[in-house]
Design a protein around this ligand. Structure first.
Ligand SMILES: [Fe+2]
Length: 183
């Protein structure tokens, strides 16, 4: 027991991991932004949008399956968590539009820009209000970080298999795993 009392959060792994993913996404949007209006950069724009969609899909899935359920029960702020759910749904909607668009299409740049603005706002709120509440709730961030990393690795493996695809529009149920067959 430390002098900080029983609500001292353990470690920072989960928060570091999520913040790192946020930064990766911010960098991708930043690079896209620097190419806006350049018509000869379509190939790079397409690559960046593929990466953005991939990163955001994995990121929102591990948050919704593992991070959000823990937070919702620990911080007692359903309004904050409900808003985060709606923001994720909004991002998924724009991602699903981008998955069938190409650079040069009508509203392509605008769709990426709006996704970037909305996701940016969402990530700032997570890193601020949500992470602060999580720290106060005394969550074990080391253990949670290990769970997030393990689930991410599992999803990456699924996606790299030949048939691997995750439909961004599919609603993600909490920790949807294959059921164990009865013994
Ligand atoms: Fe999020």
């Amino acid at each position: 027991m430390t002098a900080h009392g029983k609500h001292k959060a353990a470690g920072t792994l989960a928060l570091d991991l999520l913040r790192g993913e946020h930064q990766r996404v911010r960098n991708l949007f930043g690079e896209f932004d620097s190419l806006k209006g350049l018509d000869d950069e379509d190939e790079r724009k397409a690559e960046l949008v593929d990466e953005i969609c991939y990163e955001l899909t994995l990121h929102t899935m591990i948050e919704e399956e593992i991070f959000y359920p823990v937070l919702r029960s620990a911080i007692g702020d359903d309004d904050l968590m409900d808003e985060a759910d709606v923001e994720h749904a909004g991002a998924r909607e724009l991602i699903s539009q981008l998955e069938v668009m190409y650079p040069g299409d009508d509203h392509f740049d605008a769709t990426v820009a709006v996704l970037g603005e909305e996701v940016g706002h969402h990530m700032d709120k997570e890193e601020g209000e949500m992470f602060d509440a999580a720290r106060r709730a005394g969550i074990d961030f080391e253990r949670l970080g290990e769970q997030l990393a393990a689930r991410r690795a599992e999803l990456e493996e699924d996606l790299s298999s030949p048939a691997g695809t995750i439909d961004a529009m599919e609603p993600h149920e909490g920790a949807r795993r294959a059921r164990r067959p009865p013994d």
